[in-house]
Design a protein around this ligand. Sequence first.
Ligand code: CP
Ligand code: NVA
Length: 309
Amino acid sequence: MSRPARSLLSIADLSREELLAVLDLAEAPLGKPLLAGKGVALVFEHPSARTRNACEMAVVQLGGHPLAIRGEEIGIDRRETAEDVARTLACFHSVVTARVARHSTLERMRRAVEEAGRPVPIVNLLSDWEHPTQALADVLTVRQRLGRLEGVTITYVGDANNVCRSLVGAAALCGMRPRVAAPDGYSLEERDLEWVRALGGEVELFSNPREAVVGAEVLYTDVWVSMGQDAEGEARRRALARFRIDEELVALAAPGAVVLHCLPAHRGEEISAAVLDGAGSAVWQQAENRMHSLRGLLRFLLGEGAGHD
Ligand code: CP
Ligand code: NVA
């Protein structure tokens, strides 16, 4: 039976050295076409603009064939089990990537492929728990903008969701200082703080966004209502109303602070139009970096990086 492949379900699946190796591979000139004649499956149970395009083009740049599959086509746990979907895709593809409603689906897919003896990585393209490939693009963008990661204070404002969790994990791995400003009931929990500690970092929680941004060189936000949360939309908008990145908040941060947003954005909700479209915003560089960092990740998972002895 083959050795199990390296998968990426959580940003914590990478060590600090491996994460930095992925960032370096994201910026390294292309070498041999690692995926020539090979396929990469992209399963989407939820919609996507950036992730699908970024991943498809990264696969093409590595000489492979990306195959995007909508959730309803394969009907995970409706038409057949998540395990059988994963075993099937692993028959045809060198890497299986998926955006899923439930994080446990990815864990089941990884286990099934490992137990089948297929050396096929599983990559989380967003779950209800984490968005690790987003976090790779986020830290790459910070490194490009500021020229360093170590010691950089990054403040996330809003709903401490999947994007926030992977971001603070990545920040901890990179030696950054993550802060989170969120209302009661929408912040990180003790188990998240423990998880960040295990990664070698410390995340500071704030209930006042004005305090959280003081001295921050990077500000970050995401939607107040994530995919699958529409029924809670009104309650979330009410609870999060004070947690918007606007011009007043940016003025309290470090001079020239970089503003990030994973997108899609809702101008006037979690971020003002003036900030999203303003001089400090790096959101389009960040969006393009989804492709570069996914390409770096694929190169790493396919054996170009550290951690493959
Ligand atoms: N940031 C991000 O994951 O965007 P999409 O939902 O469009 O893929
Ligand atoms: N938190 C958002 C991220 C979208 C990229 C969601 O899960 O919908």
